[in-house]
Write a protein that binds this ligand. Sequence first.
Ligand SMILES: CCCCCCCC/C=C\CCCCCCCC(=O)N[C@@H](Cc1ccccc1)C(=O)O
Ligand SMILES: [Zn+2]
Ligand SMILES: [Zn+2]
Length: 478
Amino acid sequence: KGLRDTEHQRASPIPSQFSQEERVTMKESLKGAIQIPTVSFSPGEFNTTALAEFGEYIHKVFPTVFRTSFIQHEVVGEYSHLFTVQGSDPSLQPYMLLAHIDVVPAPDQGWEVPPFSGLERDGFIYGRGTLDNKNSVMAILQALELLLIRNYIPRRSFFIALGHDEEVSGAHGAQKISALLQARGVQLAFIVDEGSFILDGFIPSLKKPFAMVSVSEKGSLDLMLEVNKTPGHSSAPPKETSIGILAAAVSRLEQTPMPNMFGSGPLKMTLQQLANEFSFPANVIFNNLWLFWPLVSRLMEREDITNALVRTTTAVTMFNAGIKVNVIPPVAQATVNFRIHPAQTVQEVLKLAKDIVVDDRVQFHVLESFEPLPVSPSDDQALGYQLIRQTIQSVFPEINIVAPGICIAQTDSRHYTNLTTGIYRFNPLYLQPQDFRGIHGINERISVQAYETQVKFIFEFIQNADTEQRPVSHLHEL
Ligand SMILES: CCCCCCCC/C=C\CCCCCCCC(=O)N[C@@H](Cc1ccccc1)C(=O)O
Ligand SMILES: [Zn+2]
Ligand SMILES: [Zn+2]
C-alpha cells in the first residue's frame, strides 16, 4: 500500500530537520500570532483591527513566502488570505491546505495565563488559537518558509487558504475564496483542513492512540422554536404560559434523542480498522460487528463524544422569554442546534423534531442549515488520504493505525465541495480528552514539541505531494 515513486521525484527529499535557531524562531512566531486577538464574535462582527494586524504580522515573520516569485498572495474578503504556489509540473492537479485565522472569544476567567498572552509554561504555549487554529495557519506558512529558504521548488501547485471568519460561518472568507477559485476554473485533487487529530484516550478500552482522518463532517440545523401567548396580569395566570409550553417542548427534544445511526457512515470503517487494537474480548466484538452491532451501538451512546458519532445530536443553546416579574410572558423563544449525522438530511431532522414536539402552539423557524458533507474516498487510489497516511507513518512511526472517521464539528472545508471530492480533516497533533476541552474552552495550549512536529509534518507533506497522481493499487501488478 502507498504511493508509487516516480523518476520525476527529487532524488532525495529535503530533510525535515531544523536548527536550534529555527526552532526558537518558529515557536516565538506562534506566540506572536496568539497575541493578536483575532476574535470572531458573531456573523459580521469581527475584531477587524486584529485581523488587519495579523495580515501585517505574517508578512513580517514569513518574508520569503511573500517575496518568492512563484507564489502569488491575495487578500480576499478584506482579511482572508489566498496563496497560490505555482508548481513546475502543470500536469499535476493542485491541492489546497486550509486553516483559519479567527478564534472564538476567551474571557480571562479560569485561564492559568491570559488567553491572548501566548505565554510559555512547562513546555506549553498557552492561548486561544493554539489548537484551533493558529497552530495550522502558522505551521503551514512556517513549513513553506523553511522549504523556500532551502531552495525548494514544488512540482505540484498548491493553494493555501486562510479564512478569517470560520468561527462564525465562513461566509466572508472561505465562501469567497471558493467562489474565486471556481470562477478561475480551478479543480483540486484534494483539500486538507482542521477537524481531527491523533486521538488518545477517547475510546476507553483502546490503549494506544490512533490517527483519525475525517472523511466527512456532520451537518447542522439551527432551529428557533417560538410560542406566543396573550400577555396579562400574573395574579390570574393561564394554566400554561408561553414559557411553560416552550420548556416542555425543548425538554421533549432533549429527552428524545434522534435515532442511533450506527452502521451507516464512516464510523464502521473506523471501528473495523481499530478492531485488532483492542484487547480480548473487545477485539472479538469489534471484529464481528455484524453480530455485535446492537451492543456496540449502545456502548457508543454512553459518552458524549462517541454518542455524537452515532447520531444527530440535539443541543438547546439559547432560551429567551419574559419581560417582568408580574407580567404573563407574551413570547418565548428557544434555539436548538442539531448536528446532523452524515446518514441523515436537514429535512429528515426537521420532520423528526416536529414529530417529537407535536404541539401546534410551537412555531418552528429554520435559522440556518447545512447538509452533512459527502464521504471523501479513503481507498488506495485516494491521493489526499494516502499522502496523509504516508506522512503520518514517516513523522509518527509509533502510530499503527490511520483510520477514516467523521468530524463532529463543522469546518471551512464545507465551502469547498464545488472544487473537489477529496476533503480530509486532520491536524498532525496528539489530542487527549482534556485537550479537546481546551478547544473553545479554557487553557487551550500546545506543547512546543507538538508544534515543531506539526511544522515537520507539513514540511514533509508538501514534498510528498510532489508525487505523480498515481497511488499504488492494492492489486499486484504484472
Ligand atoms: C471513534 C473515535 C472517537 C472520536 C472522537 C472524536 C474526538 C473529537 C476530535 C476532534 C474534533 C475537533 C474539531 C475541531 C474543529 C472545530 C471546528 C469548529 O468549532 N467549527 C464550528 C463552525 C461553526 C459552525 C456553525 C456556526 C459557526 C461556526 C462549529 O462546528 O461549531
Ligand atoms: Zn477551527
Ligand atoms: Zn473553533
